[in-house]
Design a protein around this ligand. Structure first.
Ligand code: NAI
Ligand code: AKG
Length: 425
């Protein structure tokens, strides 16, 4: 019970510490399902966390030492899986929380994986391509003992992309002395990537929006949508929403936000954004990310970073549907406030699971050496996401809980049952 007391004693900090708030919800989910304390003891922390120091020669001849992490939460269900984040603020607790969410996501969409996640403290926006390549290869050498196609399979996340996955795959294949496309997903198509992976997260979010809109009786055509973040997840989502006839009235990046009550020109913005999802710097008339979140709209999608909707601004949210494309954008307190106000909140561990689902499809294709068409990928993703949404929605109704707790119950139950059958508990 010690950890639970600690969590409760530190309520103020708890809500913004993603790792602690995740533990709190897992605890609640396991309690609801009637699992004993041992299950929480097993699932509250990753089974393995590796911190590495990576010396890299910079273009000016100097050497910089970068810190990286790889966290593996639980491998009872299967090999661990999850992205690698390059970000100046990434830290140990964040990577641990992200790896737990990956376990939950894989359980919710029923993939044969546990959760993993990695990160390197760096700012790729300030590095040359050659420096980024050396760092990507250095990271793989540093974590190579604990990763692999049947152990732990990385993928892209914030500020990493298919080129970085290609360098990492090449480095791993060199170390092992055989071609290993199944070591990593999110690769370019010519190196064994899957059709539809690049747009998979946004497509999964789109499917959740469609399902949530049906539940709320909202028609997507003409609905006003606001999206925070214009990178892989946010920009493709803006395109899908626009194509569905919705009016995307606000978007943002790390530097600011754009707003037009009549709808933004999404094709133009997609054309002008850079590879880090930056586009607002091209405009003089911008609003802040804070103002963006409070815009009058029907559907709000945080698709950037964590802790964006908190107890401080949850009352200002005007959307009736919030779908979390980002990992951890809403705190526990804010979730409560939104739920009490009747907002339908589709949690990250469900809404953003389209990415890992198509990563799984990529890994399956790599393992069988036979590749699927884009239509096949899209059709299979559609089924997985619709079924998972409905399962989570019904679980929430049956247990009279919000969709986040329902999703945690589904994800935790799979890990708990796999651990029990293995004889661990
Ligand atoms: N790419 C993927 O397959 C998946 C991504 N996600 C999550 O979606 C979110 C976005 O990821 P990606 O689109 O892949 O990243 P990305 O690196 O492609 O884009 C990130 C976007 O967020 C913006 N941003 C960064 N810092 C910000 C700040 N302080 N305030 C406002 N905006 C900020 C950037 O300017 C950029 O537009 C992350 O939380 C990520 O973990 C979740 C599942 C899968
Ligand atoms: O595609 C993957 O394997 C993982 C994607 C990811 O990191 C995430 O869903 O947060």
């Amino acid at each position: 019970m010690g950890i639970v007391k600690d969590i409760q004693a530190d309520k103020e900090k708890e809500s913004l510490n993603l790792f602690k708030s995740t533990q709190t919800i897992i605890k609640e989910a396991l309690n609801k399902l009637g699992y004993s304390e041992e299950f929480f003891e097993l699932l509250k922390e990753p089974i393995r966390m590796l911190t590495v120091r990576i010396p890299i020669q910079m273009d000016d001849g100097s050497v910089k030492v970068f810190t990286g992490y790889r966290s593996q939460h639980n491998d009872a269900v299967g090999p661990t899986k999850g992205g690698v984040r390059f970000h100046p603020e990434v830290n140990e607790d964040e990577v641990k929380a992200l790896s737990i969410w990956m376990s939950l996501k894989c359980g919710i969409v029923n993939l044969p994986y546990g959760g993993g996640k990695g990160g390197i403290i760096c700012d790729p926006r300030e590095m040359s391509l050659k420096e980024l390549e050396r760092l990507s290869r250095g990271y793989v050498r540093a974590v190579s003992q604990i990763v692999g196609p049947t152990k732990d399979i990385p993928a892209p996340d914030v500020f990493t992309n298919s080129q970085i996955m290609a360098w990492m795959m090449d480095e791993y294949s060199r170390l092992r002395e055989f071609d290993s496309p199944g070591f990593i997903t999110g690769k370019p198509l010519v190196l064994g990537g899957s059709h539809g992976r690049e747009t998979a997260t946004a497509r999964g979010v789109t499917i959740c929006i469609e399902e949530a809109a049906k539940k709320k009786g909202i028609t997507l055509a003409g609905a006003r949508v606001v999206i925070q973040g214009f990178g892989n997840a946010g920009s493709f989502l803006a395109k899908f929403m626009h194509d569905a006839g919705a009016k995307v009235i606000g978007i943002s990046d790390a530097y600011g936000a754009l707003y037009d009550a009549d709808g933004l020109d999404i094709d133009y913005l997609l054309d002008r954004r850079d590879s880090f999802g930056t586009v607002t710097t091209l405009f003089n008339s911008t609003i802040t990310n804070k103002e963006l979140l409070a815009l009058d709209c029907d559907i709000l999608v945080p698709a950037a970073i964590s802790n964006q909707i908190t107890a401080e601004n949850a009352h200002q949210i005007k959307a009736s549907i919030v779908v979390e494309a980002a990992n951890g954008p809403t705190t526990i307190e804010a979730t409560k406030i939104l739920t009490e106000r009747g907002v339908l909140l589709v949690p990250d561990v469900l809404a953003s699971a389209g990415g890992v689902t198509v990563s799984y499809f990529e890994w399956v294709q790599n393992n069988q050496g036979y590749y699927w068409s884009e239509e096949e990928v899209t059709e299979r993703l559609q089924k997985v996401m619709v079924d998972s949404f409905e399962n989570t929605f019904q679980t929430a109704l049956v247990h009279n809980v919000d969709m986040r707790l329902a999703a945690y119950m589904i994800g935790s139950r799979k890990m708990a049952e796999a651990s029990r059958f293995r004889g661990w508990i």
